[in-house]
Design a protein around this ligand. Structure first.
Ligand SMILES: Nc1nc2c(ncn2[C@@H]2O[C@H](COP(=O)(O)OP(=O)(O)OP(=O)(O)O)[C@@H](O)[C@H]2O)c(=O)[nH]1
Ligand SMILES: [Mg+2]
Length: 314
C-alpha cells in the first residue's frame, strides 16, 4: 500500500507529522489501516518519560538532554503532555516547553498535547503519538508530563523508562510515597542541585529505594543535576542509557514491553465494545429510564440489567 500520509511520516516530513498528530490528539478518525501498516516501523525508538512536580525544571532538563543526544547524533521527538490543560500548542504551553532553539533542526520534533478533558484516552493517544514519532525515525522519544495526578501514570504506560524529577525541597518522605511517584519511577533526578538539601535528599532517596527494592528488580539510580546551568546532564544521559541496558539484561525491559502491548489490546477491545454497546437505542433507553427524579427509585443495577436486555438495533 502506498499511502501518502504514511510516506510523509516515514520521510520525517514535519508538516505531515504535525497534522497527523493533531488528528490523534483531537480524536479524529485516524485510519486504522495506516496505524497497522505503520506498526512495523515503530520498534526502534527508546521511549523515555520525564515527570515530576510543576516547575521542577523538567523542560529545562529535556532541553539540555536534547543537546547531548544531538551531540551523539541521535534524533529526538518530544511530546509535552499536559493532562491538566484542555489546550495545546498555545502560547502558555509554548512557553513551558522551553526548547525553541531546536526549531530549525529536522532531527528534533517538539510537540505539546492536551488531554481535551478526555483523560481516559490519554494513554492511548500518548502511545499512538509515540509510534508516529518512532516511525518518523526518531531514535529517542521523550514525554514530559507534570506529575500531579493521573497523567503521569498514563505516560508511564507508554514508555520504556520513567524518570522522576525532584527538587531539593521535595524532601518530605511521606509526600513522595503519597505522590505514588516511587511506584512508577525507574530513575530519579534531583534537579536544582545548586540549592541546599540536594545531597541530603539524594541520600534519603537512595536509602528509601534500597529498602523498597525487590530481588528481581533493579534499584532506580539517583542523579543530581543543575539543568539551568547544564550541569550533570552528560552524566545523566550516560547513566540513563546504561540503566536501560541493565533493565534489558534483567528482562525488565522486555516484560514492560509485552505488558504494554497487552494493555493496548485490552484498551482497544474495551473501547470497541463500549462503542458497539452504546447504540442510539440503548442511549434512548437510558434516557427514558432516568427521565424523572422518580427514577432514582430504580436501582442502577436494575437499569443496567434492562439495558443489557435491550436488543441491539431491535
Ligand atoms: N536554580 C535552578 N533553577 C532551575 C534549574 N533548572 C530549571 N530551573 C528554573 O526553574 C524554572 C522552571 O523550569 P521548567 O523547566 O519550566 O520546569 P518544568 O518542570 O518544565 O515546569 P512545568 O512544565 O511548568 O511543570 C525556570 O525558571 C528554570 O529556569 C536548576 O537546575 N536550578
Ligand atoms: Mg515544562
Amino acid at each position: 500500500m502506498t499511502n501518502s500520509i504514511l510516506e510523509g511520516i516515514l520521510e520525517n516530513d514535519h508538516r505531515i507529522l504535525s497534522r497527523f498528530i493533531s488528528q490523534i490528539e483531537f480524536n479524529n478518525a485516524v485510519s486504522e489501516d495506516l496505524l497497522i501498516e505503520m506498526h512495523q516501523y515503530t520498534h526502534k525508538a527508546i521511549r523515555i518519560g520525564i515527570t515530576g512536580p510543576p516547575g521542577a525544571g523538567k523542560s529545562t532538563l529535556v532541553d539540555q538532554l536534547i543537546q547531548v543526544l544531538r551531540e551523539d547524533n541521535k534524533s529526538v521527538g518530544v511530546v509535552a503532555v499536559d493532562p491538566t490543560s484542555p489546550f495545546s500548542g498555545g502560547a502558555l504551553l509554548g512557553d513551558r516547553v522551553r526548547m525553541n532553539r531546536f526549531i530549525w533542526d529536522e532531527n528534533v520534533f517538539i510537540r505539546s498535547m492536551g488531554s481535551h478533558g478526555d483523560l481516559g484516552g490519554l494513554a492511548k493517544k500518548t502511545q499512538d503519538v509515540g509510534d508516529v514519532l518512532a516511525a518518523s525515525g526518531k531514535d529517542i522519544v521523550i514525554y514530559e508530563t507534570v506529575g500531579v495526578g493521573q497523567g503521569e501514570h498514563d505516560v508511564a504506560k507508554a514508555v520504556d523508562i520513567t524518570v522522576v524529577v525532584l527538587v531539593p525541597e521535595s524532601g518530605d518522605e511521606i509526600q513522595l510515597m503519597k505522590a505514588g511517584l516511587i511506584e512508577i519511577a525507574d530513575f530519579f533526578v534531583i534537579n536544582k542541585s545548586d540549592r541546599d538539601g540536594a545531597g541530603r535528599l539524594a541520600t534519603m532517596l537512595r536509602s528509601i529505594l534500597h529498602s523498597f527494592s525487590k530481588e528481581d528488580s533493579v534499584c532506580p539510580p539517583v542523579m543530581n543535576t543543575v539543568a539551568a546551568k547544564g550541569e550533570g546532564i552528560y552524566e545523566f544521559k550516560k547513566e540513563l542509557m546504561s540503566h536501560l541496558d541493565v533493565m534489558k539484561e534483567k528482562g525488565i525491559y522486555e516484560e514492560k514491553l509485552l505488558q504494554r502491548h497487552r494493555d493496548r489490546v485490552h484498551t482497544l477491545v474495551q473501547e470497541r465494545l463500549l462503542n458497539e454497546f452504546w447504540t442510539s437505542e440503548r442511549m434512548k433507553h437510558l434516557e427514558a429510564q432516568t427521565e424523572s427524579l422518580d427514577s432514582i427509585k430504580s436501582s442502577p443495577y436494575e437499569i443496567t440489567h434492562s439495558l443489557l436486555d435491550v436488543n441491539n438495533g431491535g
